[in-house]
Design a protein around this ligand. Sequence first.
Ligand SMILES: Cc1ncc(COP(=O)(O)O)c(C=O)c1O
Length: 144
Amino acid sequence: MIKFADLSKQIFEIKNEIDTAINKVIKDSNFIKGEYVKIFEDNFSKYINVKNCVGVANGTDALEIAIESLNINEGKEIIVPANSFISSSEAVTRSKLKVVFVDIDKDTYVIDIKDLKKKLIEIQRQLLQYISMDTHVTWMKLTR
Ligand SMILES: Cc1ncc(COP(=O)(O)O)c(C=O)c1O
């Protein structure tokens, strides 16, 4: 069987470093905020070349906080790759937004640009229909 993601293989090379760091955090009982989170935030913001970085408990929290912070109006759509983990779409519906799944490329497993274009055209078409409906309703009200 070919594993989708073999995490044990990925961790092997840096296992000692990870074990030492985890043991240190446990020994110091320094889990929330504190020195180690600050070190992580500083190093990670440098790594991805951004001014600020906020450490959170897990990937789901990160997605939920990121989406919530955008203050998107209820009912709007967010594009999610079809092969993504459940939290990607859960974070969207949690904020009362709609998930639009976009297929993935069969060779690279990332978003398929052709399907993305198709979905964007569909969203744009719906938006134009909505705008023209809205304009029509407004016009009817004005002319009554
Ligand atoms: C693409 C993706 N997003 C979000 C998550 C959720 O991360 P966590 O399990 O840390 O909440 C995962 C977890 O595997 C993931 O693969």
